[in-house]
Design a protein around this ligand. Sequence first.
Ligand code: ZN
Length: 312
Amino acid sequence: MTTVEIDIETARREFRDQLIEAGLLIPMGIDGLFGRGAVFENVIDGIDVAVRRKGQAVHGDSATVLRFPPLFSREAFEGTDYIASFPNLTGSVSTFTGGDREHRDLLEDRAAGNGWDHHLHPAGTMLVSAACHPSYSTLDPQLPPDGRLLDVYGYCFRHEPAIDPARMQAFRMHEYVRVGTPEQAIEHREKWIGHGLEVLAALGLDAEPVAANDPFFGRAGRMLAANQHAENLKTELVIRLYGDLTDGTAVVSSNCHQDHFGTTFTLRTADGEVAHSACVGFGMERIALALFRTHGLDPATWPVSVRAAMTA
Ligand code: ZN
């Protein structure tokens, strides 16, 4: 590692240790998985107040609220194409499907101190990778004239264990999702860049919009990433959690999926065209970390305006 890489890793480790020391995060013995203490959860709830306040100001009561468990069917997962683009981040659920004989084999391996995971088989469920993913297969494929607007909030899983507390394996995302015409999708993506910045500003956070691409896997993925960049489909709102040591941490992401989900989930606009979609996602844990980093570890000492923005 270079000295800069060592400095970055040290800064991340120190921040993680401070959060644990303060009881905000509870280590679970594996990188990137944490329990949350009461103060941390209160902050998450406060951030959600600010997010929903903006959602209400922008969309009124037009958003359909949908909440999903952190699992969904492999069939719906299949429609997201996530396994093609991000196999390395994917999580699937396995369970035991054998009989007595297979159980005996499992117990033998376990008693011998061997791994036993290979005795398990796919359960037909996958962990949710992005909060909006379970929503598409639940929509009536024939959209109403105005399309659909969804308010989705839930836990996401990405297998990328790290020292950096801002790169958790399990975290929450609050999304506003637009499904409709190409124009509606583009407008949603673009407008929420500004709305997202306003939410962060109300929380006293200094963020800047950056054109971005997803970390698509492998050689084919580099093409997808280049296209996403060239077509201006993804903008991240980035906060410098570690000063100039890194390029910053994305806390909000505003994306246009074009006709990707419309095609795979056979969603049609009122005119019979393939639906386009876009979503803005607020990374709740990352925003919380930015608040602790910016305003200190004790929310009672945060600026009055910030606390007001987090109070319903
Ligand atoms: Zn989404």
